[in-house]
Design a binder for this molecule. Structure first.
Ligand code: ZN
Ligand code: ZN
Length: 281
């Protein structure tokens, strides 16, 4: 099996990383991709990937962390600093670009757009308004360009920002000559239609076990576009923190019921899809 989205770089695994990876391998998870969400976690993803066989990294800045970049490059008022300068001054993207040169980095991610209001966040004056979404758009676009430049796969995160995401992807369609996954895809027919039209893979997570909406959605996803992911330490199929990559097998087993196929066929197909997504053929 192939866990296409697993944050082994997060604090939840600081103390038992060896054990978590070993248990995952024992459960049949041969390949893991660790996505970054900012510069620090991207670096950590690369460090872990360099240490373990079958473990790879993705590097990028998550839309929620645009706030950090914005503040670090411009310690003044938000209102004064619309425009490009904040981005030009941000060294974060240069650091992400450096990391992309590492052979164990397979993708740019996770990047995208996010209108969700997080209750637990380290940003004190955080708010989701149009200024913030515009910053997200700019950073997303810059990272799309990086994926194109280095011919890397794109791991796209979208939360409650479908309209903005599809608008942006449609506008910059010329940038899309790379392989893409809608990670933890929201159950939405428009997203699915766009994915089918453009050969974009769809990530399914542990929440499928308890979300009837997701179950209905995954039934509609063509099997040749489906990839498995745990999004550990989040989205445990048992609603327990932390989720771990060994739980991928429970997601796989659950999905067989929705797709009416054998576990062997499901694993074979989703692994093949994930290899297609991340590795050059
Ligand atoms: Zn995400
Ligand atoms: Zn994630």
């Amino acid at each position: 099996m192939f866990d296409t989205h697993c944050h082994l770089n997060f604090k939840a695994f600081d103390k038992n990383l060896d054990e978590v990876i070993k248990k995952a391998q024992k459960a049949g998870v041969e390949t893991i991709v660790i996505p970054g969400t900012d510069v620090v976690t991207s670096k950590k993803a690369v460090e872990i990937a360099e240490k373990y066989g079958g473990v790879y990294a993705a590097v990028g800045i998550h839309p929620h962390h645009v706030f950090e970049i914005f503040k670090s490059s411009m310690p003044f008022s938000r209102q004064q600093n619309k425009g490009k300068s904040w981005l030009e001054k941000a060294s974060s993207l240069n650091q992400i670009e450096e990391l992309l040169k590492n052979p164990k980095v397979l993708a740019v991610g996770e990047i995208g757009l996010d209108r969700h209001i997080y209750k637990k966040t380290k940003y004190a004056d955080y708010q989701v308004d149009e200024d913030f979404i515009n910053l997200q758009r700019k950073l997303f676009l810059e990272q799309l360009k990086l994926a194109k430049k280095y011919q890397k796969t794109l791991i796209i995160h979208n939360r409650q920002a479908k309209k903005d995401l599809l608008e942006l992807l449609n506008t910059y369609y010329f940038l899309l000559n790379t392989k893409i996954v809608f990670h933890c895809c929201e159950p939405d027919d428009e997203l699915l239609y766009f994915a089918i039209k453009n050969n974009i893979f769809i990530g399914v997570d542990g929440d499928v076990v308890y979300s009837p909406e997701k179950q209905k959605f995954i039934k509609k996803v063509p099997l040749d576009l489906l990839v498995l992911e745990t999004d550990s330490p989040f989205l445990s199929p048992f609603r327990k923190f932390p989720n771990t990559p060994e739980n991928l097998k429970y997601i796989a087993e659950f999905v067989t019921k929705l797709k009416d196929i054998s576990i062997e066929d499901l694993i074979k197909t989703t692994t093949k899809n994930a290899n297609k997504l991340f590795f050059k053929e």
